[in-house]
Design a protein around this ligand. Structure first.
Ligand SMILES: CC(C)(COP(=O)(O)OP(=O)(O)OC[C@H]1O[C@@H](n2cnc3c(N)ncnc32)[C@H](O)[C@@H]1OP(=O)(O)O)[C@@H](O)C(=O)NCCC(=O)NCCS
Length: 179
C-alpha cells in the first residue's frame, strides 16, 4: 500500500433516486433487486474514489429489507470506504427513504459491500490505506477486519482456524478441530 492514505470522507458518495413505476413490484413497493442495483452503484463509486482504479464487486454481505419503500418515495444512498486491505476495500452503505408529502423519513437498511481494485487486465492491484477520523469511522474500521475474516471463511478463501478475529465470537476449540 505505497500510495498516500485517504480518509473515509474522501470516498463519500451521496446518491438520490426517485422510485418510479418501473422500479416497483405489483404492490407498488420498490423491488429489492432495484435497491441492490443502486447500492452496488453507489458503493462502486465510493471504492473508485478511494482507489482511483477500476473496481469489481467481490462480495455483498447480508442485506435485509425491513421496511417497504413505496412508489413516489425518494431514496438516498450514502456510501464510504471503511477500510482497505491490499487490493480490497470494504464499503458501508446506508439507505434512507423519504415520503416528501408527509415529511416522513426512515432508515431502510444498511450493508457492507467488498470491492477489489483491478488493473486493465483484471488483476488485483493495491489500494491506499484508510485513515478513519470520526468515532463512527474508527468503529467501522476496527470491525472491518472481523467482517473480512467472516466473509472469507464463508467464501472458503480462509480456513476457520486462521480467522483470529472470530475466535472471540466462536468457540476456539472449534477452529482447532476444523481443517
Ligand atoms: C474479485 C476478484 C478480482 C478476486 O480475484 P482473485 O484472483 O481471486 O484474487 P485474490 O485471491 O488475490 O484476491 C484479491 C482480493 O479479493 C478479495 N476477495 C476475493 N474474494 C472475495 C470475497 N468473496 N469476499 C471478499 N473479498 C474477496 C481477497 O481477500 C483479496 O483481498 P486483498 O487483496 O485485500 O487481500 C475475482 O474473483 C473477480 O474478478 N471476480 C469477479 C468480479 C465481478 O465480476 N464482479 C461482479 C459480479 S456480478
Amino acid at each position: 500500500m505505497a500510495r498516500k492514505p485517504k480518509h473515509p470522507k474522501d470516498s463519500f458518495v451521496n446518491m438520490t433516486e426517485l422510485v418510479l413505476p418501473n422500479d416497483t413490484n405489483t404492490l407498488n413497493n420498490l423491488m429489492g433487486g432495484r435497491l441492490m442495483h443502486w447500492m452496488d452503484i453507489v458503493s462502486a463509486i465510493a471504492a473508485q474514489r478511494h482507489s482511483n482504479r477500476i473496481v469489481v464487486t467481490a462480495s455483498v454481505d447480508n442485506v435485509s429489507f425491513t421496511h417497504a419503500i413505496q412508489l413516489g418515495n425518494v431514496v438516498t444512498l450514502r456510501a464510504k470506504v471503511t477500510r482497505a486491505f491490499n487490493s480490497s476495500m470494504e464499503v458501508h452503505i446506508e439507505v434512507e427513504a423519504e415520503d416528501i408529502p408527509s415529511g416522513k423519513k426512515f432508515m431502510s437498511n444498511s450493508a457492507f459491500f467488498t470491492f477489489v481494485a483491478v488493473d486493465q487486465t483484471g488483476r488485483p492491484i493495491d489500494v491506499p490505506e484508510v485513515v478513519p477520523e470520526t468515532e463512527e469511522e474508527v468503529q467501522l474500521y476496527e470491525g472491518a477486519l472481523r467482517r473480512r475474516q467472516l466473509r472469507l471463511v464463508l467464501a472458503k478463501r480462509m480456513k476457520p482456524k486462521d480467522a483470529t478475529e472470530l475466535k472471540s465470537i466462536f468457540d476456539p476449540q472449534h477452529y482447532l478441530n476444523d481443517e
